[in-house]
Structures are given as structure tokens and as C-alpha cells.
Ligand binder design. Structure first.
Ligand code: PGA
Length: 254
């Protein structure tokens, strides 16, 4: 997949119906008839809707993403979905390590790193989510946690060949309606960029770092203007076409 320098990605979580998906994509396409090369757009519906949404996106330039994948290639893993299956359903990206998967499905750093490798091995671009809890932030552990989450992934990454997207999603800002402040976002994104540079400067320059956590029409412009913010991972606002389109335009700077 052609890597845009910025990305606006909708994470639909466990929402949608055949009818609602049809309407949402039709409305997004009507509001943004042509994408700008500088800012990619993607939507990540639940697994059962991938094929439907792939059809609805045809000719739009909007990329399709999945919300998770198995670390395994195939086999007796009931309930899991392999990367090759996602590719066959036209997915180009996959969210990995989302805080809801870390929390509710007990995914740890080591498993997340294996999932990133599994995604890359089948040609999916992993959107690697990192973020701290409120307790970790309050005890000044944010950088330690983020560095640990990134380091695990770095172990299995070939930065000369692999293409990734990073998403900073402070757990305390997800679904709360209260995003991180611009100062916090600037500080954390600067830190994440420095971690990437320490690993590989070329990789750091070509890896978008998205912000996620109550990003919506009302704060998108302010967040889009922050250094080292290369797009957004949007939850609830991605379910409303008008709002999602506004966020996209904010990252385009129009
Ligand atoms: P939110 O979710 O925009 O609803 O806070 C973001 C996410 O979980 O990716």
C-alpha cells in the first residue's frame, strides 16, 4: 500500500449494521469525493463487514482496515482471524495493541509485537497503538510505559523494510469526550518521535504518529496543528460522516 504522510483512520469498534455501514460510507464519499494524496483515509469496521465495506469503498481511495488479527498464520485458534484472511477481504491496514484489546483481551507487549510481525509478513500496514493509563500518567510513568510498548515491537521489526503507523492513544482520553491537552500531545509525540529516531532515523521520518482519544470535529484543527501529529485515530466521531469529514479536512489544513 502507498504510504501517505498523514492518516485519518476511523475505528468503528463494535458498531455498525449492513444498512448503517452503507449509509455512513455513502455520506463520507459524498462529503469527500476525492482524497488528497497527502492525507490518507481509512475505516476499520468489525470483521463481518470487511467484505461489504470493501465493496462500498471501491474507487474511493479510502483504505480498509481491520481492528485486530491473530499472531498465528492458520490453525486451531477458534475465534481468531489470520492476516491472510484480512488481505483476502481487501484490508490494507490493521489496528494492533488498541488499549481495549490490551485491557479486555489481556494482550501483552510480547503478543502485540508478534501480531505486528504477522501483519507485516502478509503485507498489512500495522497501526500500532500505544498509550498509558491515568494512574501511569499520574505516577510519571508515561515515557517508561510508551518506551516499553515500542521496544517490544522494535524487537521484531526490520526498520529498513517495514512500513508502520504509530498511534498515541492515552487510555484516559479514549471515549471520555476529553482529549489530552495540546501540551501533553506535543510532549508525548515529540518523545515518540525521538524513540523512533533512536531506532532508525529514516524509519522515523517515514512513520506517521497519529493521535487518538476523543478527537472530533471540535478539537481537530488544534490537534492537527501540533508538531509531530501526523493524523488521527478516531472512535466515536468516525461513526458520523460529517464529523469524520471535518477531522479529515482539519488534517488537510483546509
Ligand atoms: P474515541 O476512541 O475517539 O471514541 O475516544 C478512539 C479510539 O479508541 O481509537
Amino acid at each position: 500500500m502507498e504510504q501517505a504522510t498523514k492518516w485519518v483512520i476511523g475505528n468503528w469498534k463494535m458498531h455498525g449494521t449492513l444498512a448503517a455501514n452503507y449509509e455512513l460510507i455513502a455520506n463520507i464519499r459524498a462529503l469527500i469525493p476525492t482524497l488528497d494524496d497527502r492525507v490518507g483515509m481509512a475505516v476499520c469496521p468489525p470483521f463481518p463487514y470487511l467484505v461489504q465495506v470493501a465493496g462500498l469503498l471501491e474507487g474511493s481511495g479510502i483504505a480498509l482496515g481491520a481492528q485486530n488479527l491473530s499472531a498465528n498464520v492458520r490453525g486451531a485458534y477458534t475465534g481468531d482471524v489470520a492476516g491472510a484472511m484480512l488481505r483476502e477481504c481487501s484490508a490494507q491496514l490493521v489496528l494492533i495493541g488498541h488499549s481495549e484489546c490490551r485491557a479486555y483481551q489481556h494482550e501483552d507487549d510480547e503478543l502485540i509485537a508478534r501480531k505486528v510481525r504477522a501483519a507485516l509478513d502478509v503485507g498489512l500496514v500495522p497501526v500500532i497503538c500505544v498509550g498509558e493509563t491515568r494512574a501511569e500518567r499520574e505516577s510519571q510513568q508515561t515515557q517508561t510505559i510508551l518506551a516499553r510498548q515500542l521496544d517490544a515491537v522494535f524487537q521484531l521489526l526490520d526498520t529498513a523494510a517495514d512500513s508502520c503507523i504509530i498511534a498515541y492513544e492515552p487510555r484516559w482520553a479514549i471515549g471520555t469526550g476529553v482529549s489530552a491537552t495540546p501540551e501533553t500531545i506535543a510532549e508525548v509525540h515529540g518523545f515518540l518521535r525521538s524513540c523512533l529516531i533512536a531506532k532508525d532515523a529514516k524509519f522515523a521520518a517515514s512513520t506517521p504518529i497519529l493521535y487518538g482519544g476523543s478527537l472530533a470535529a471540535g478539537n481537530a484543527r488544534e490537534i492537527a496543528a501540533i508538531d509531530n501529529v501526523d493524523g488521527g485515530l478516531i472512535g466515536s466521531a468516525a461513526l458520523r460522516a460529517e464529523e469524520f469529514a471535518t477531522v479529515y479536512r482539519a488534517f488537510l489544513g483546509v
